[in-house]
Design a protein around this ligand. Structure first.
Ligand SMILES: NC(=O)c1ccc[n+]([C@@H]2O[C@H](COP(=O)([O-])OP(=O)(O)OC[C@H]3O[C@@H](n4cnc5c(N)ncnc54)[C@H](O)[C@@H]3O)[C@@H](O)[C@H]2O)c1
Length: 260
């Protein structure tokens, strides 16, 4: 196969959760630039409409959907809406997530801080994978890309309150392997991407403090924080035929952070 068709997602139908902002927005735009129609699914409706307008300017279809991924009824509705409008779901980018809540060590944190993070970052991600996965099993095809984190592989140095977030992201990496093995017989590939520190609104507080920002940069062999656009290549690889024999993989995009 020629190289360009290998990475082609022209005409494919994708859902990107958490696409109103940050990494989700960049990945949704990347898929749209490569020819996919994209459902922009997020709890932030204004943001979804804004990203949808940007995507439509690229000449593909965009479908803004208001969804809280931690509510199974809303995720069911999301799947129904996409199937009604697009007819099929080829690609799910399971990206929506929240950062650690409360920032206190485990012996001081409130139980609800743990519950909030696990509820969105693990349970919500599973709900989306399961309900989209059911349709992909019927279709006998699909690509699911879960967004984990290097926090699923290491404990973030110098940061308090990471227990729920790190646990959720480690679980996402392992859940990816479980789903990949369960759904391999149905021609569904399930992989995850673990970004390192990327400059999104979620990192804005740190970015305002030059000393703190430099501490993070010092952890990265490439000597800089990543840009959201730098996930586009990884997503296109995992969403296209270029990764036809890849499943259960954790693709780390971290400027070398986890190599140290
Ligand atoms: N930015 C980083 O450095 C970094 C690093 C590693 C992993 N990640 C992961 O990447 C993903 C995106 O992070 P980001 O930095 O772009 O954050 P972000 O805050 O910019 O975007 C997250 C999006 O998810 C949406 N969202 C939150 N809760 C939701 C819910 N319950 N239902 C639907 N949508 C919801 C938000 O409205 C927002 O648009 C997250 O899973 C995050 O853990 C980010």
């Amino acid at each position: 196969m020629a190289i360009e068709p290998l990475f082609c997602v022209d005409g494919k139908k994708a859902i990107v959760t958490g696409a109103a902002s940050g990494l989700g927005r960049a990945m949704a735009l990347g898929l749209a630039e490569a020819g996919a129609d994209v459902a922009i699914a997020d709890i932030n409706m204004d943001g979804t409409q804004d990203v949808a307008r940007q995507i439509e300017r690229l000449g593909v279809r965009a479908l803004p959907i208001h969804v809280d991924i931690s509510e199974s009824g809303q995720v069911e509705q999301m799947v129904e809406t996409v199937l009604r409008e697009f007819g099929t779901i080829d690609i799910l980018i399971n990206n929506a997530g929240i950062p650690p809540v409360g920032r206190l060590p485990s012996h001081q944190m409130k139980q609800e801080s743990w519950d909030k993070v696990i509820n969105v970052d693990l349970r919500g991600l599973f709900l989306c994978a399961r309900l989209v996965g059911q349709k992909m099993v019927e279709q006998r095809s699909g690509k699911i890309i879960n967004i984990a984190s290097i926090s699923g592989m290491l404990v973030n140095k110098g940061q308090a309150g990471m227990s729920a977030f790190c646990s959720a992201k480690a679980a996402v990496i392992h859940l990816t392997k479980v789903l990949a093995t369960e759904w391999a017989p149905y021609n569904i590939k399930v992989n995850c991407i673990s970004p390192g520190y990327m400059m999104t609104p979620a990192l804005q507080d740190v970015a305002k403090d030059p000393k703190r920002l430099q501490q993070l940069i010092d952890l990265v062999p490439m000597g800089r924080i990543g840009e959201p656009e730098e996930l586009k290549g990884a997503v296109l690889f995992l969403a296209s035929e270029a990764s036809s024999y890849v499943t259960g993989h954790n693709l780390v995009v971290d400027g070398g952070h986890t190599a140290w």
